[in-house]
Design a protein around this ligand. Structure first.
Ligand code: FCB
Length: 441
């Protein structure tokens, strides 16, 4: 039986990612709180993973004890700026403490400035629909960076602007629950402008900073590559879901099947590419699906599906995504800002993890400039519209008792982080069912 270890370059970042509203609890001053109270989500976030109550400390101990050397977390705008005319210095101090303690544990922090939530006062002003958000987000960024730059130089301005806009303004499953094609690109254009304002503000305050955003990148392939209508539908979906931000940053013009908006201030505003990859879709032309522009996305028969069938374990899609990024932005460092799978029993996660780390190792060996990997997530947390039905954590959580339970994947990830690589022994121990795929004899 073959044996060996796939090592990563020295200094590779290994960690997990979290987001304020999903882990902190008690965030009662943002648009998601209101949305939950109105009954739009499956559950309420409540205490979430109780980080604001102090449990961040035990969770970052877990990260440190298991060899993680990086952590991506987000700052809750509604805590820092509870109303338009007020900054909360205690909240800022709390985040300073968290970052300081991450540093003390040799964990490099990456801070996200916007991860889906908006302060209520901002929503009342029109949220990302109003152009006023651009300078407001710039000011918020300044305040945060002035306070936290002592401990952080790796910044993610906005998480998944495409998901924010599509879910909130087309599918209506995120606040504000609208369905208006014009608003989708208008909101995305303002997010590009906000991102660009933040990019410049950060560099002014901290010239050595590395700044980017995190794109939810969902590759698609045509169900029948010989059939032009499948290919056409695949291209429309690919562009519509993925391309608004990348086109703005590359060319200064936001291009999407929904329209075209010049955003010259966005051009060139990224120091790394933040990639969130979960799964890949197969797209087929379907005359019956009028509301979905005559196409349907699905996972083919025999796919390696997670609990709720929402994600398929598809590491080839990850390879495809990494190659796409490297071709689109030659030489730009790549950070995998999220990758993970919902799996309460840890049935599929060990092989998901091993196969994705293996795909990433192959990409590194083709000289793709990948610098780090953040697994989503450290501990189970509140999964937006799906509430507590989705379990993405390396540690399980009972939200009622706040009890944590380590899943086997946490040990596998610890072994990977400590070794800075993936070994045949690890695969043999945690997911022997894919040994042949990763170490063919
Ligand atoms: C991503 C989000 C993150 C989490 C994971 C499962 O789209 O950025 O907050 O919900 O999905």
């Amino acid at each position: 039986m073959p044996s060996g270890t796939f090592h990563f370059p020295k200094g590779f970042l290994w960690g997990t990612a979290t987001a304020s509203h999903q882990v902190e609890g008690g965030n009662t001053n943002n648009n998601w709180y209101k949305w939950e109270q109105e009954g739009h989500s499956s559950h309420k976030s409540g205490l979430a993973s109780d980080w604001w109550g102090g449990r961040w400390k035990e969770d970052i101990d877990r990260a440190a004890d298991t060899g993680q050397n990086a952590h991506r977390l987000s700052i809750e705008w509604s805590r820092i700026q509870p109303s338009l005319d007020r900054w909360d210095v205690d909240a800022l101090e709390r985040y300073r403490q968290i970052l300081r303690e991450l540093r003390e544990r040799n964990i490099t922090p990456m801070v996200t400035l916007h991860h889906f939530t908006d302060p209520l006062w901002l929503s009342e002003l029109g949220g990302w629909e109003t152009n006023a958000v651009v300078p407001l987000f710039g000011n918020f960024t300044r305040k945060v960076v002035e306070t936290l730059k002592e401990y952080c130089s790796l910044w993610c301005t906005i998480n998944e602007p495409n998901v924010y806009a599509l879910n909130g303004y087309l599918r209506g499953i995120f606040p504000p629950g609208k369905s208006d094609l014009n608003l989708v690109i208008h909101v995305q254009a303002n997010m590009v402008r906000g991102h660009a304002a933040a990019y410049r503000a950060i560099h002014e305050l901290q010239p050595e900073a590395r700044v980017g955003y995190a794109l939810h990148f969902r590759p698609q392939k045509p169900a029948r590559s010989w059939f032009p209508l499948d290919r056409m539908m695949r291209n429309i979906k690919f562009e519509g879901i993925n391309m608004a931000f990348p086109s703005s940053i590359s060319t200064g013009v936001l291009q999407s099947p929904l329209g075209r908006i010049p955003v010259p201030e966005g051009k060139g505003t990224q120091d790394f590419f933040g990639l969130n990859y979960y799964t890949m879709d197969t797209v087929i032309f379907d005359l019956r699906k009028r509301s979905e522009l005559f196409s349907r996305s699905f996972f083919p028969h025999g796919s390696d599906l997670a609990d709720a069938g929402m994600h398929s374990n598809y590491p080839e899609g990850f390879s495809w995504a990494l190659t796409w990024v490297a071709k689109t932005y030659p030489n730009l460092p790549i950070l995998v800002t999220e990758n993970g799978i919902e799996d309460s029993t840890d049935r599929i996660r060990p092989r998901f993890l091993a196969q994705h780390v293996h795909a990433m190792w192959r990409a590194v060996n083709f000289n793709l400039p990948i610098r780090g990997y953040f697994h989503w997530s450290l501990v189970d947390n509140f999964e937006w519209n799906l509430g507590w039905t989705q379990r993405f954590g390396l540690w399980g959580l009972n939200p009622d008792t706040q009890e944590r339970t380590k899943r086997p994947s946490a040990d596998l990830f610890a072994a990977i982080c400590k070794e800075n690589g993936l070994s045949s022994e690890m695969v043999q121990k945690y997911c022997p069912e894919v040994f042949e795929k990763i170490f063919p004899g």
